[in-house]
Design a protein around this ligand. Structure first.
Ligand code: BYC
Length: 475
């Protein structure tokens, strides 16, 4: 059991936790189960190590990035809401212009709970997916980054659990428990969204996941930050500040693999980087294809009655709904979205009422952002004098959700037969042999300043520390 004093010293927060018996009581039940979950499903083999981590201790600019050595089970998971204007009004949907809500309106309870649970479920899922990665880390710098991402996903779970406990009564407490019970990849009680049940067994997958799947997180959190429900909006705003580091880890991680491959292409006999323990560019492209498309699926269907309901009710908006000057019609009642829908022989353009196309509108913002990442990776190739380029596959390729999931398409979006897909998918997505090769390279390097041969060192360390800093002190 946690005493009141522990709340104040152990759980940094700006939600008045020490004066909220309701929240304390709910947390008293949940916290021991969370810690049990962390010990069972969190990073395996490193729970006693001292890790150089950043902890959010307040919402002030200098307070949220406090760095120190800490053992992960002692990490101070906190609860933060970004301060907001007391007169905030609803920026979109049917209730536009009305005062934003501090409590959940009865008629929106089910939908809001569903959104919060879906968001919350992804956070522990990702920790579960990544729990064995530490054992094959390419460096102490990368190991520390993995753990930073993991503890912050843990905190994001807390953020959603706080909302469930404070605003959804007994149902919310039950949902909070269930968030600790589902397990990534478990066929009997899987995580809710598909990408969070995929194994992440090597670091290239981890870097692609943090580039593309965490970037979905950015856009989903951004859409929820527009919510009329103030506590959700404020939680998501704070989470977004942490999400930025996760995407940095992913993008620079893939970038460093590309960089190292370029170096090895020049050194290795006939440019065959596999002879020098590197990852060929076409293999990196296959991993990009896999994680980008799995992340596109996270936006749900292109034509979605759920998304129309969320928008109409003011629960979930578009990216930068309230601030982007290009968005002028915040009711989205009369406009349509034109898209190609598959027919027997090809495609037919269809108009979807804009509110029903909100998943797609959000996905478009995401795709635009991913394109910029590809441009930055290609600069590394250009600088190294390589002709090869990375690219995003077409949005129709390898889809498991939405209108394109019922047919097969090549990476350029051309329809192909099931036979052609079977024959060629190994050219586009990692095969078992590819995965086995990448996994064979994953041998732990834990000496400060040393890096596995398949990845270049970063340009600089974390928080002004040198690259050869002892980011993790092994117990
Ligand atoms: N896998 O109208 P539809 C993050 C279900 S990542 C499995 O298409 P909707 C993070 C859907 O639930 C961000 N099922 O979908 C990143 C529905 O089921 P029911 C996570 C899927 O509801 C890295 C049915 O298909 N946040 O934070 O409009 C590390 C048809 O529904 C999938 C959120 O997702 C799928 N991919 O949109 C850590 C935000 N897609 O009702 C963390 C909250 C759809 O028939 N969630 N389905 O049983 C939402 O806004 C929406 O629920 C979705 C789906 C965008 C996910």
């Amino acid at each position: 059991m946690v005493s009141k004093i522990d709340y104040q010293s152990k759980i940094p927060n700006n939600v008045g936790l020490s004066d909220s018996p309701k929240l304390q009581k709910a947390l008293e039940q949940w916290l021991p189960n969370y810690l049990d979950w962390w010990k069972e499903m969190g990073p395996e083999g490193f729970q006693e190590d001292e890790v150089y981590l950043r902890t959010a201790v307040s919402v002030d600019t200098d307070g949220w990035a406090h760095f120190d050595y800490v053992k992960m089970p002692d990490y101070r998971w906190g609860i933060f809401l970004t301060p907001t204007d007391a007169d905030r009004t609803i920026a979109f949907g049917d209730h536009i212009g009305e005062k934003a809500w501090d409590d959940v309106p009865g008629e929106m309870r089910t939908e809001l709970r569903r959104l919060i649970v879906t968001q919350g479920d992804t956070e522990p899922a990702s920790v579960e997916q990544q729990r064995l990665l530490g054992q094959s880390c390419p460096s102490l710098y990368d190991l520390r980054n993995l753990f930073q991402v993991n503890v912050e996903e843990g905190r994001h779970l807390w953020a959603m659990v706080y909302l469930l406990m404070m605003h959804f009564g007994r149902d919310g407490r039950e949902e909070a428990e269930e968030l600790l019970q589902r397990r990534s990849g478990n066929p009997d009680s899987p995580r809710i969204l598909e990408a969070f049940n995929k194994p992440i067994e090597d670091w290239l997958s981890f870097f692609c996941f943090t580039t593309f799947t965490d970037r979905d997180g950015k856009y989903q959190l951004g859409a929820l930050a527009e919510s009329a429900f103030n506590p959700l909006s404020r939680s998501c705003r704070f989470m977004l500040t942490e999400e930025a580091h996760h995407m940095f880890v992913g993008e620079t991680g893939v970038g460093r693999v590309i960089q190292r491959t370029c170096e090895l292409m020049k050194e290795a006999p006939e440019g065959d980087v596999t002879k020098a323990g590197g990852i060929p560019l076409d293999l990196i492209q296959k991993y990009i294809n896999e994680w980008y498309t799995a992340s596109l699926d996270l936006f749900g269907s292109e034509n979605s009655s759920n998304s129309a309901t969320y928008f109409a009710a003011g629960l979930k908006g578009r990216w930068a709904e309230a601030t982007d000057p290009r968005i002028t019609d915040h009711k989205a009642l009369d406009a349509n979205y034109r898209m190609d829908v598959p027919t027997d022989g090809g495609f037919q353009e269809e108009e979807i009422p804009l509110r029903r196309a909100m998943n797609l509108v959000l996905r478009d913002s995401y795709v635009e952002d991913c394109e910029k990442v590809i441009v930055r990776w290609n600069k590394i190739l250009t600088k190294a004098g390589m002709q090869e380029r990375m690219k995003l596959p077409h949005q129709r390729f390898n889809r498991h959700q939405g209108v394109y999931s019922s047919a097969n398409y090549d990476p350029d979006g051309n329809p192909i037969s099931a036979e052609e897909w079977e024959a060629k998918k190994g050219q586009w997505l990692p095969t078992e042999a590819d995965k086995a090769y990448v996994k064979s390279l994953m041998v732990a390097v834990m000496e400060p300043g040393k890096f596995a041969p398949w990845i270049a060192p970063p340009r600089k360390g974390i928080n002004g520390q040198p690259v050869d800093f002892e980011y993790v002190k092994r117990a």
